[in-house]
Design a binder for this molecule. Structure first.
Ligand SMILES: [Zn+2]
Ligand SMILES: [Zn+2]
Length: 489
C-alpha cells in the first residue's frame, strides 16, 4: 500500500449554488499504474467548518475501472464507503453510512481513493468535488437538501412528540427486560399507525439527528422531522426542525425563553409549548407552563393542546390555548402522543394517539412546518378520521376563508360558518366563537359526510371561530383550528 499525490488541479471557487459556502475541485487521471493502489487527495479545511460534502465522479465504468472512496480528517480516519457511494457527507451531528459524525477539525484532510481495478492501458479522468459549509450554515440548516416525499396538497397525518433511546424512551428487550428503546421501533410504530410524518423530540439533545438522517432513505413514505423537547424547570416546548443543539438551561445560561424563540424562528424551525396544563412540582417536575419571566408569546408558533390522550379535563391544553387566542395571540393547536414506549400499543401514550392532521402543499419538512404555522390543522384524538375536518367561513358578500385563514368582515355583515367531517361514527359538532360554545345540528350528506353550519354576524372587531367534534358522552374526538376574522396580519 502506498500513498501517492496525484497531479491535482485544486480550484477554490465560490459555488453558484446559493446555499454552498465554498467548493474545491480535486481532479486528476487514473492510469494502469494505479491498479490496486490508494491515492490521497489533500485539501484544507478552515476553522469553523460545519460540514464536508464529497462527491466523486469518473466515467471509467464502461472500461471496468472501479474507484473506492474514503475520507481522512486532520486527525486520521473518518470513514470508508468503498464502491457503494459516490457522494458522502460528514458533519458534527450526522454522517453518511460508513462515516463518523463529530467535530470538524481544521487542517489538512484527505479524500482517499482506492483503485481495485483499472486496465493496463486505460486512462480514467476523475473529479472529486469537496464542499465546505460553515458552522453557522449548518446550524441554520442551509447545508441541508430539501426532501420532498410527496408533491401534492393533501391532509397529512403525523405525531409531533415522541422519545426513544436518545432520551427516556424505553421498551421490553427480547428477554423482557426494560431497556432504552431503539428509535427504529418508534418509526415502525408510526408506519403501522398510518402516519405520514413524525417529529422525534428528545429531551434537550440532538443525538438522534444522525440516526434520523440514516433512516430517512428507508422511510420513503414517512417524513422524519428532527425535533427537540426543550425541557426546563419552567415548562417544556417542542422545537420542530432542529439542525443542532439549542439552549435549555433556563434561569442559568438562558435568561428567559425569548432568546431561544428568536433563534428558533430565525432558523426556520417552530416552537410549540407542550402540555401547558400538566402539574409542576414533585408530581411532574417542570411539566406545566410556569415561566418566571415574560415570554414573547407572539413568537410561539403552536401549543400542544392534546398530550397523549388528555383531550378533556384539567390536563387538556385547550383552555390555555383559547386564553392565548382571546388575548390576540395567534398560535396553532396541535397534538402529540409523547410516546415513551413504541411497543405498548395499549399503554398510556401509543404513537399516533393523538394524530395531528396538517393540510400542507406537500410532504416535506418545509411544507409541514409552514402549514402548522398557517393553522390548517386538526387534532384527531383517536387517529381514525378519514381526513382532517374542513371549516370555512362564507361571507354573504362573497368573500371566504378556510381554517387558518383570515377574513375581513365589516360590522353588520353576515356570514355562515360551515364544517364537514368524515368520521367512522356520528359525532356532536360544536362551534366555538371567541371561546363560547355553540352546539349545532348535524346533517349527513349524500356522501356520508357529517355537516353543520352556523349563521354569524360580524361587529367589525377581531374574532376567532373554530369547531370541535365530540362523542355522545361529550368527550373530545376532533379539534379544529380557527378561521380568523378582522385579525391583524
Ligand atoms: Zn414534556
Ligand atoms: Zn415529551
Amino acid at each position: 500500500m502506498r500513498a501517492r499525490l496525484p497531479m491535482l488541479l485544486a480550484a477554490l471557487a465560490a459555488s453558484t449554488c446559493a446555499h454552498a459556502a465554498q467548493t474545491l475541485q480535486l481532479q486528476g487521471t487514473l492510469t494502469g499504474k494505479d491498479h490496486q493502489h490508494y491515492l490521497e487527495l489533500p485539501f484544507a479545511v478552515p476553522d469553523s467548518t460545519g460540514r464536508v460534502d464529497v462527491t466523486l465522479q469518473h466515467d471509467g465504468s464502461d472500461e471496468r475501472t472501479v474507484v473506492d472512496l474514503g475520507l481522512l480528517d486532520a486527525q486520521g480516519f473518518r470513514g470508508w464507503s468503498g464502491g457503494s457511494r459516490r457522494t458522502i457527507s460528514v458533519s458534527r451531528y450526522d454522517a453518511s453510512g460508513g462515516y463518523l459524525p463529530g467535530a470538524i477539525p481544521a487542517g489538512q484532510w484527505k479524500v482517499l481513493l482506492g483503485v481495485p481495478n483499472i486496465r493496463a492501458r486505460v486512462q480514467t479522468p476523475y473529479n472529486v468535488s469537496v464542499t465546505l459549509w460553515s458552522e453557522d450554515e449548518v446550524q441554520a440548516g442551509r447545508d441541508r437538501k430539501p426532501l420532498l416525499l410527496r408533491d401534492e396538497a393533501a391532509w397529512y397525518r403525523g405525531d409531533l412528540h415522541m422519545h426513544s433511546t436518545h432520551s427516556d424512551g424505553s421498551c421490553s428487550s427480547q428477554q423482557g427486560n426494560k431497556v432504552a428503546c431503539p428509535l427504529f421501533l418508534s418509526l415502525q410504530a408510526a408506519v403501522r399507525q398510518g402516519l405520514d410524518f413524525v417529529a422525534v423530540t428528545e429531551h434537550n439533545t440532538i443525538s438522534h439527528l444522525d440516526e434520523l438522517a440514516r433512516h430517512q432513505p428507508w422511510f420513503d413514505r414517512l417524513l422524519l422531522i428532527p425535533g427537540m423537547e426543550v425541557t426546563t424547570f419552567q415548562g417544556h416546548a417542542n422545537v420542530f426542525g432542529v439542525n443542532g443543539p439549542l439552549p435549555f438551561r433556563l434561569g442559568d445560561t438562558l435568561p428567559n425563553w425569548n432568546p431561544l424563540l428568536r433563534e428558533v424562528n430565525n432558523s426556520g424551525a417552530l416552537l410549540s409549548i407542550n402540555h401547558p396544563a400538566l402539574p409542576s412540582g414533585e408530581d411532574c417536575m417542570g411539566c406545566g407552563w410556569t415561566p418566571a419571566k415574560p415570554v414573547d408569546m407572539a413568537a410561539v408558533g403552536a401549543v400542544e393542546v392534546v398530550n397523549a390522550r388528555q383531550a378533556d379535563g384539567p390536563r387538556s391544553g385547550v383552555d390555555f390555548w383559547e386564553q392565548q387566542l382571546q388575548q390576540g395571540r395567534r398560535m396553532t393547536a396541535i397534538g402529540g402522543s409523547d410516546s415513551h414506549n413504541p411497543g405498548a400499543a395499549d399503554g398510556p401514550s401509543p404513537i399516533g394517539l393523538p394524530a395531528t392532521l396538517v393540510h400542507a402543499t406537500a410532504l416535506s419538512r418545509e411544507a409541514i412546518l409552514a402549514a402548522i404555522r398557517q393553522g390548517r390543522v386538526v387534532v384527531d384524538v383517536d387517529n381514525v378520521a378519514a381526513s382532517g375536518l374542513e371549516l370555512w367561513l362564507q361571507g354573504d358578500a362573497g368573500t371566504r376563508a378556510e381554517m387558518g385563514q383570515q377574513l375581513d368582515l365589516p360590522a353588520g355583515q353576515w356570514a355562515t360558518l360551515h364544517t364537514q367531517l368524515d368520521y367512522p361514527r356520528r359525532l356532536k359538532i360544536e362551534f366555538v366563537v371567541d371561546g363560547r360554545r355553540h352546539p349545532t345540528t348535524v346533517e349527513i350528506d349524500a356522501n356520508g359526510s357529517q355537516r353543520a353550519s352556523l349563521r354569524w354576524r360580524s361587529d367589525g372587531q377581531r374574532h376567532w371561530l373554530r369547531v370541535d367534534a365530540r362523542d355522545a358522552d361529550g368527550s373530545l374526538r376532533m379539534l379544529g383550528n380557527p378561521v380568523y376574522v378582522n385579525w391583524p396580519q
